[in-house]
Ligand binder design. Structure first.
Ligand SMILES: Cc1ncc(COP(=O)(O)O)c(C=O)c1O
Length: 454
């Protein structure tokens, strides 16, 4: 048995894959990726593809970001681990907290709480939000509001505020006190409203209605993604997040911006909040903070939140929360190098330009392919096409056809992600004009080859 056969024979045999049915992984073994360079990945059979998924929305600088790799190697040699639990810290974590405070200052952020990834960041923000109100003497504020279609990771609190049944139903009962507002999703919404501004206003009216129903004094926080990613790149009207901010402020509800995808440049702005001109109370970040090379995250906290905790003189401000790998020095060193490289390369400029190219190209494909029901994006390098079997009824495309399309696109040299009816694109922010053109050609080929249902 050679190495390749061994890997193929054992593929998915002794490992369960996230977001997959184990039987499906047996029937349709996942592609085995063995190396990568630049924006390209290579599989076990030597087939090369542009990674239009960007790892998993995280490899913003591509697979050859040598300064990040070097920082990891160097840090492993000097201090491979030391805890930042009360009483000790490490130099890399201190330096990173300083750099992040500078980077997120325009968003009104001052202090970081380090985590091991996106779900941890969401969990941290939700917990700290309750504690914030307890410190201020409003212990009754324990509920959370969020958007349907939102994705906030898979910890139990995160899944409870998630707005997609696929990530919830099997794990119920979830956390009590979580309530969902319709998302500003033009293509499908309960108001049958396709005008983005009017839809944003209707969703805000629903938010106000829910707050009145629950009682503002029972609500700790509202959590949202500035652009909903995993839910299918749902882009709210530019008035939406500012209106959410105003409503939250008026009712004393904290606004948590889940920027696990949108922080560090993906939208063509340095953060999703900055894209919409909003200063949240907390920001959840992870993913591209280390370019995906090390599991790491940071919750950023606003001046006001920090002041409440730091001016507390009782025991209420004690943070009974944290992870063994909070502030991991290797992750912190990776993040420091990654942040420096992200700024040096000014990735927002390329993300904005290439994002427009990608979005316009997808709109053109929509004119050609009946299978495309909706194209979403237009803000940096996050776009999606929603596949339908019938444009007039918006009936969802068969799962098998979506899989076939993905395969043909891959055979044409591009890896895309299929999630439900959505084909999602989130390539590294360093893609070239030619790369985007190649991505669009491969998608065109995939859609041309797709066999209609029945
Ligand atoms: C907006 C958002 N929040 C949270 C998460 C969870 O992050 P992780 O998978 O690193 O736990 C994700 C992951 O895709 C995400 O997109």
């Amino acid at each position: 048995m050679n190495a390749s056969n061994f890997l193929k024979e054992n593929n998915a045999q002794h490992m369960w894959h996230p977001m997959a049915h184990p039987k499906d992984s047996h029937d349709n073994p996942p592609k085995i990726i063995t190396s990568a360079q630049g924006v390209r990945i290579r599989d076990i059979d030597g087939h090369e593809a542009i990674d239009a998924v960007g790892g998993l929305w995280n490899v913003n600088l591509g697979f050859s970001a040598d300064p990040v790799k070097q920082a990891i190697t160097d840090q492993l040699a000097t201090l491979p681990y030391y805890s930042i639990f009360r009483g000790t810290t490490n130099d890399a974590a201190i330096e990173l907290s300083y750099e992040l405070a500078e980077f997120f200052a325009p968003d009104g952020m001052r202090t970081a709480f380090f985590t091991s990834g996106g779900s941890d960041s969401v969990e941290t923000a939700l917990r700290l939000a309750r504690q914030y109100h307890k410190i201020r003497g409003e212990a009754g504020r324990v509920k959370y509001l969020s958007l349907k279609k939102g994705y906030h990771g898979t910890h139990t609190a995160g899944a409870s505020v998630n707005g997609n049944a696929n990530f919830r139903a099997a794990y119920e009962p979830l956390l009590p006190g979580c309530f969902h507002i319709p998302a500003p999703y033009e293509y499908r919404n309960p108001f049958n409203e396709s005008d983005p501004l009017k839809l944003a206003q209707l969703c805000i009216a629903a938010l106000e209605d829910e707050i009145a129903f629950q009682g503002a004094s029972t609500i700790a926080a509202f959590i949202m993604e500035p652009i909903l990613g995993a839910g299918g790149v749902i882009v709210p009207h530019n008035s939406f997040m500012p209106m959410v901010r105003e409503v939250c402020t008026r009712h004393g509800i904290l606004l948590i911006s889940d920027e696990v995808i949108t922080a560090y440049g993906r939208t063509g702005a340095w953060s999703g909040s900055r894209l919409w001109g909003v200063q949240p109370d907390m920001m959840c970040t992870a993913k591209a903070i280390t370019n995906g090379y090390f599991p790491f995250g940071a919750v950023m906290l606003s001046n006001q939140v920090v002041d409440v905790f730091e001016s507390d003189t009782s025991a209420a401000g004690f943070i009974g929360h944290g992870y063994t790998y909070s502030g991991h020095p290797v992750g912190a060193a990776a993040a420091l190098a990654c942040l420096k490289e992200t700024i040096r390369l000014d990735v927002t400029t390329n993300a904005a330009a290439r994002g427009t190219q990608m979005f316009d190209g997808l709109e053109k494909l929509k004119m050609k392919h009946e299978l495309i029901g909706d194209v979403r994006g237009g803000h940096g390098l996050m776009s999606a096409i929603e596949l339908v079997s019938d444009r007039s009824t918006k009936a969802l495309v068969d799962k098998q056809i979506a899989g076939q399309i993905q395969d043909v696109i891959y055979n044409h040299g591009v890896m895309v992600r299929v999630s439900g009816p959505n084909l999602i694109l989130s390539p590294p922010l360093i893609v070239t004009e030619q790369d985007v053109s190649d991505i669009l050609h491969a998608i065109d080929a995939g859609l041309s080859d797709a066999k209609p249902a029945g």
